[in-house]
Design a protein around this ligand. Structure first.
Ligand code: NAD
Ligand code: UGA
Length: 435
């Protein structure tokens, strides 16, 4: 089928390329000319494993193309996926829907026969209805269209695998015609044995927020248990192993650490709370999840402050800047919060990340941090090492080299990647999160 993706960011680019891989003819459109020009030359705007090969292959096969001409891209498509950003409005905590509505307007202006607008972005319940209302006021009278909700569940760093082998696809439709078209689009996924859940639009919209809020809840829950473990002398890794073995609980998303970050959980948790308020509904659990996470992000800082007494003039080496491994995305990364607090307290910060240093430097907008190109090099004369992202290369680090380079012997492991016994044997003063 002929599909257009509007918004060629993480989701639009990955899902567009994957849809081409499934055999559809896909146009990826974006208002960002720099991004589109780069993609035309084969330059990926994001770091995602396997994406460049997937894009190159499908461009060569003539199934994938890029444009800034949004109107033409809509006219040429049978189905238009909207994958623009829905960032948090920092003043209200709500999802900012201006880009979503801009796409609805462009869709309405370029309707040239029955078409479907699919909201792939994460949008609050009721947004599809709002889009429909906006399209009706803008398009020619009698124009035929449908609006569908098809939230995306991929994770950064595993995006292609997640899209092509999803636990489920969720599609919310209001008409039989839209449902049939969506079933056809996802037929290859259904044939591969993956569930394609057809439901109503509002349920589909809420499934996305409920899923993210539930995963965030698992994380905040295990982080609270971790903090309690520290008080009672238990080990959260053991507790999580014991809990996770119960199939009803499951072992995934039970890793304690410095809290969740990224472009999704923080903003989606916040947006769900705000949507609740619009209906006079108080999301008590979700509110607590958010508060626990805010505090958890600062745990490494608090341990550093407690152990180093004064941070003024201390040299702190930071391993890991991205919000999780295998991505250069630093949005809401816990490292941002910890480093800002360290700088404010007068510490000198030297940092290393395998891929995210540039993005982090842009995001922090503070020239005081020194970014190294080697994990060991930044340890020279450091009073403490703090680990903020669990990159594989840190897991296999050599204690002897760390020890030789550092001036102090304090390690704060914000992702629990080291074994306490090994670190202590190597002479370190070691603190993890609940271990
Ligand atoms: P992103 O910021 O990476 O990309 C959004 C793109 O939309 C940008 O390239 C921007 O230039 C473009 N854009 C904005 N307005 C436009 C317009 N009017 N016309 C054309 N292009 C326009 O965002 P993202 O991370 O891909 O997220 C998109 C949506 O998907 C969000 O709602 C997010 O919550 C959701 N989501 C993201 C992920 C993820 O892992 N990043 C996973 C699941 C769902
Ligand atoms: C998350 C969801 O996992 C995706 O299903 C969803 O599509 C996406 O949000 C979205 O809506 O955009 P993502 O943000 O890419 O994906 O990353 P995750 O792997 O979920 O990790 C999120 C954060 O939680 C990271 O900071 C990670 O370090 C943290 N985390 C995760 C933990 O602290 N403990 C865990 O056990 C798991």
């Amino acid at each position: 089928m002929k599909l257009t993706f509007i918004g060629t960011g993480y989701v639009g680019l990955v899902t567009g390329a994957c849809m081409a891989e499934l055999g559809h003819t896909v146009i990826c459109a974006d208002i960002d000319a720099k991004k589109i020009n780069g993609l035309k030359r084969g330059v990926m705007p994001i770091y995602e494993l396997g994406l460049d090969e997937l894009v190159e292959k499908n461009v060569k096969k003539g199934r994938l193309s890029f444009t800034t001409n949004i109107g033409k891209a809509i006219k040429e498509a049978e189905v238009v996926f909207s994958a623009v950003g829905t960032p948090e409005d920092k003043k209200t905590g709500k999802a900012n829907l201006e880009y979503v509505y801009a796409v609805a307007e462009a869709f309405a202006k370029n309707l040239n026969g029955y078409k479907i607008l699919v909201n792939k972005s994460t949008v609050p319940v009721g947004t599809a209805d709002q889009c429909r209302a906006k399209i009706i006021t803008t398009c020619k009278p009698g124009a035929l269209f449908d609006v569908v909700s098809n939230p995306e569940f991929l994770r950064e760093g595993a995006a292609i695998k997640d899209f092509l082998n999803p636990d489920r696809v969720v599609v919310g439709t209001a008409t039989e015609q839209a449902r049939e078209v969506m079933e056809k689009i996802y037929r290859p996924i259904a044939r591969a044995g993956r569930p394609v859940i057809m439901t109503d639009i509002r349920s589909a919209e809420l499934i996305k927020y409920a899923s993210n809020a539930f995963l965030a809840t698992k994380i905040s829950f295990i982080n609270e248990i971790a903090n309690f473990c520290e008080l009672i002398g238990a080990n959260v890794k053991e507790v999580a192993r014991g809990m996770g073995s119960d199939a009803r609980i499951g072992s995934r998303f039970l890793y304690a650490g410095s809290g969740y970050g990224g472009s999704c959980f923080p903003k989606d948790v916040q947006a769900l709370i705000e949507t609740g308020k619009e209906y006079d509904f108080d999301f008590q659990i979700v509110q607590a999840v958010d508060e626990v996470n805010d505090a958890q992000k600062m745990r490494p800082y608090q341990i550093l402050k407690r152990e180093l007494k004064s941070l003024k003039g201390k040299r702190v080496a930071v391993w890991g800047l991205s919000f999780k491994p295998r991505t250069d995305d630093v949005r809401e990364a816990p490292a941002l919060y910890v480093i800002q607090a360290l700088l404010k307290a007068g510490a000198t910060v030297v940092a290393y990340d395998p891929v995210a240093s540039e993005a982090f430097a842009r995001s922090l907008d503070d020239k005081k941090v020194h970014y190294g190109t080697d994990a060991y090099e930044i340890l020279e004369d450091a009073d403490a090492l703090v680990i903020m992202t669990e990159w594989d290369e840190f897991r296999t680090a050599d204690y002897a080299i760390i020890s030789k380079a550092m001036k102090g012997n304090l390690i704060v492991d914000g992702r629990n990647i080291f074994e306490r016994s090994e670190a202590e044997e190597a002479g370190f003063h070691y603190f993890g999160i609940g271990v």
